[in-house]
Ligand binder design. Structure first.
Ligand code: ADP
Length: 251
């Protein structure tokens, strides 16, 4: 049931930020990393965040994902306002409603691929939806690799395990932080293709920070940052259109 106007405005977006500012430090050494960002990420879409180094991409992602707190402004995850939640509730919300895929695969070396994928559900005391597990691991081409430990897998396979782990809880949004940064271009293309499929075929909302125009071209939309501000966006990006847009920012 819709209980407030705020929910009506925010639920068809996976994530919404209003007037988001983040300043590191104080006084003369203060750095304004985000300067009043207004942005909405539509549910079910794959968005890439790009911009020159130091433009505030990581800070924005960390604030949106509840890993860092903003100095001012509001963030909604679906109908839930993140700003002002206690650390305990934020931790719970990250666990239950957000998936992460980092540059480092962050797999537990002693566990099989299958156990790595189900670990967050196990830690949360939940039960694995077996059909969904099979669907995800089949889609990601991991069926033959489930009994392997991370060191027996290629980098691309390890990152696909990390993607499966992120998708298993059916999170409201998956955040990717340079998810192909440690992969060669072929393995990177595989992982990005899988992320795009999970958005198109499973309706997964994805927000990815990358500096790679080829990676960004897998997204439905690219938003461009410069010096803590949003300075533009591209729909249906190609590597060429992204590179041209970045060139105008001096990246
Ligand atoms: P990007 O991800 O686009 O490279 P960041 O979000 O990492 O940009 O950084 C934005 C700005 O905030 C930069 O000027 C950076 O030096 C500064 N910054 C980031 N993290 C910190 C921090 N923990 N302490 C102080 N300054 C920081």
């Amino acid at each position: 049931m819709i209980t407030s106007t705020e929910q009506i405005q925010t639920t068809h977006f996976a994530v919404t930020a209003r007037g988001l500012s983040k300043t590191y430090g104080r006084g003369e050494t203060a750095v304004a990393a985000l300067k009043g960002i207004d942005i909405s990420f539509p549910a079910g879409k794959f968005t890439a965040i790009m911009g020159p180094s130091g433009s505030g991409k990581s800070t924005l992602m960390h604030c949106l994902a509840g890993l860092d707190t903003a100095t001012s402004g509001t963030i909604h995850l679906g109908g839930t306002e993140l700003t002002g939640l206690s650390d305990k509730l934020l931790t719970q919300l990250r666990r239950d409603r957000i998936g992460f895929v980092f540059q480092a695969f962050n797999l537990v070396p002693t566990l099989t691929a299958e156990d790595n994928i189900t670990l967050p559900v196990a830690l949360a005391g939940g039960t694995v939806d077996k059909e969904w597990f099979t669907f995800i691991t089949t889609t990601l081409g991991l069926t033959e690799r489930l009994a392997h430990k991370p060191h027996e897998l290629s980098g691309g396979q390890q990152q696909r395990v990390a993607v499966a782990r992120a998708l298993l809880t059916r999170p409201q949004v998956v955040f990717g932080d340079e998810p192909t940064g440690n992969l060669d271009s072929r393995a990177g293309a595989e992982v990005l293709g899988m992320l795009r499929r999970s958005s198109r075929e499973m309706g997964q909302s994805i927000i990815m920070v990358t500096h790679d125009p080829v990676a960004a071209a897998y997204a439905d939309r690219v938003v461009l940052m410069s010096d803590g501000e949003l300075v533009g966006e591209l729909a249906n990006p190609t590597a060429e259109s992204v590179m041209a847009a970045l060139a105008t920012l001096g990246a």
